[in-house]
Write a protein of this length. Structure first.
Length: 214
């Protein structure tokens, strides 16, 4: 991994240090918008996140109104005003919210690009294997080396547990993207694996982000 590649990634986030959340219609209906482009919106609030965010739009169907509220604070970066008052299908992207990425989020986004992902083979719940869990508890996550053929996870699907064996370049478990026992969609990354010789470079990226971003 060359410094030029790292610099390209960092420049990308300097130029656009934002995350984007797309809002898609959950069913068919006639749409009505309640926000405008460049308008600031608020996300969930309250001690238990029980207060809904800004009302973005509503879908009317068969006399019923189904409102959609913003789950994140940010700015409306795009909106399908051409659909106002029209009948839309389910799954239509109608609004995008832009929000400033925090330092931690920038690091996570960069790591997802430079680490080797180990993806979920099925939509299921996942757990670390007993051996890997024991080593993580004893030595720490980033001290656990995995090699091709190692049993690293257990997949729980339809009340059946199946061992999952690692296939990929040997490396350490640098990042964990799943919560044990929580369903993960197929092909979503479970782990970010870092070859041992690349660890100093990864640490360099993290250090630079922490130093250069407010």
């Amino acid at each position: 991994m060359k410094d030029t590649y790292i610099n390209e990634i960092l420049e990308k986030y300097r130029a656009d240090p934002f995350g984007y959340i797309d809002s898609h219609t959950i069913h068919t209906g006639r749409i009505r918008f309640f926000v405008k482009k460049d308008e600031e919106v608020s996300g969930l609030s309250g001690e238990w996140h029980h207060i809904p965010g800004t009302k973005l739009y509503s879908l009317h169907r068969e006399g019923n109104e189904k409102p959609t509220f913003s789950k994140s604070s940010g700015i409306v970066s795009s909106i399908r005003n051409d659909l106002e008052g029209k009948f839309v299908e389910a799954g239509e992207k109608v609004i995008t919210i832009r929000y400033p990425l925090k330092k931690r989020e920038i690091i996570e986004e960069i790591l997802r690009q430079v680490l080797a992902p180990f993806k979920a083979p099925e939509r299921a719940k996942y757990f670390f294997s007993l051996d890997v869990q024991s080593r993580i508890e004893k030595f720490g996550q980033r001290s656990v080396m995995v090699r091709p053929g190692d049993e690293i996870l257990t997949m729980s699907l339809m009340k059946r547990d199946t061992p999952i064996y690692y296939q990929g370049e040997p490396g350490i478990i640098h990042s964990v993207y799943f919560q044990q026992g929580i369903t993960v969609e197929q092909d979503e990354p479970l782990l970010g694996i870092c070859p041992a010789d690349k660890l100093p470079v990864i640490q360099k990226v993290i250090t630079r982000v922490k130093a250069e971003w407010e």
